[in-house]
Design a protein around this ligand. Structure first.
Ligand code: NAD
Length: 251
């Protein structure tokens, strides 16, 4: 029996990268997963490779109406909404003096407003069901990272948001926790490597791995393993926590 047998999950930004790995892991553990992503076709493609009754859907988490509709559809289609993973994310890196209002706002919209809209929409169904698991994907950038004033602010904000959700929703059987990944090899870090002038991603990844105590870069599956723990029934007494999945210690 899978660790999420009979559970219905919604994972945002799940067409590729970390979100897709979480969707795969959850489906492999018996969950029916709504694979939601800005790129609806890619989301459908990812969902088609999953076992069970998972499906893909187009969703812009920064669009409140779209969030309300997709969350409602997911809860109706699967009969409940037990697990929400706020994973959708973007980077628009720049040094502070060059950062535009648009770069600041778009990162806030996706990470912070997006997680807020999704949690507010989902908690209704979780409260009704007397059960819920919310997992927010933060980052080691929450501790500060050059070129990421917008992103590090959003990822630190998500940690405060997570703790507040834990305080408010615990009495309804709902836990909220955050996973804060370090360097994970995905399209997002390929974009970072290109921005920093690396033509060869492997060279960038090898340099990053040298700074990581376990001696390798992270894989999307490493984050999925941490998300699965928080999403599972057995984690019912753990709420408001931030787990750094970074191959070494972080504050
Ligand atoms: P990725 O770029 O490979 O995937 C992000 C996904 O989110 C894409 O499929 C994209 O279409 C989707 N998305 C973007 N904006 C969206 C929106 N408005 N609505 C819905 N979907 C949207 O990135 P990833 O590396 O897999 O990152 C996933 C999450 O993990 C992000 O929140 C990211 O900030 C976080 N994270 C990544 C790393 C890393 O090293 N890769 C480290 C720490 C945290």
């Amino acid at each position: 029996m899978g660790r999420l047998e009979g559970r219905a999950a919604l994972v945002t930004g799940a067409a590729r990268g970390i979100g897709a790995a979480i969707a795969r892991r959850f489906a492999g553990e018996g969950a029916r997963v709504c694979v939601a992503d800005l790129d609806g076709d890619a989301a459908a493609g990812t969902a088609s490779g999953l076992p069970g009754e998972s499906y893909g859907v187009s969703l812009d988490v920064s669009d409140r109406e779209s969030v309300d509709r997709v969350v409602e559809e997911a809860a109706e289609r699967h009969g409940s909404l037990d697990v929400l993973v706020n994973n959708a994310g973007v980077t628009h890196d720049n040094l502070l003096f060059r950062m535009t209002d648009e770069e600041w706002a778009s990162v806030m919209d996706v990470h912070l407003a997006g997680a807020f809209y999704c949690c507010r929409a989902a908690q209704r169904y979780m409260v009704d069901g007397g059960y819920g698991r919310i997992v927010n994907i933060s980052s080691t950038s929450a501790l500060g990272n050059r070129g990421q004033a917008n992103y590090s602010t959003a990822k630190a904000g998500l940690q405060g948001f997570t703790k507040t959700l834990a305080a408010e929703l615990g009495r309804f059987g709902i836990t909220a926790n955050a996973v804060a990944p370090g360097f994970i090899e995905t399209e997002m870090t390929r974009t970072t490597a290109a921005r920093l002038g690396y033509e060869d991603f492997e060279e960038f990844a090898a340099l990053r791995a040298k700074e990581i105590p376990v001696g390798r870069g992270g894989r999307p599956e490493d984050v999925a393993a941490a998300a699965l723990f928080f999403a599972s029934e057995e984690a019912s007494f753990i709420s408001g926590q931030v787990l750094y999945a970074a191959g070494g210690p972080k504050a």
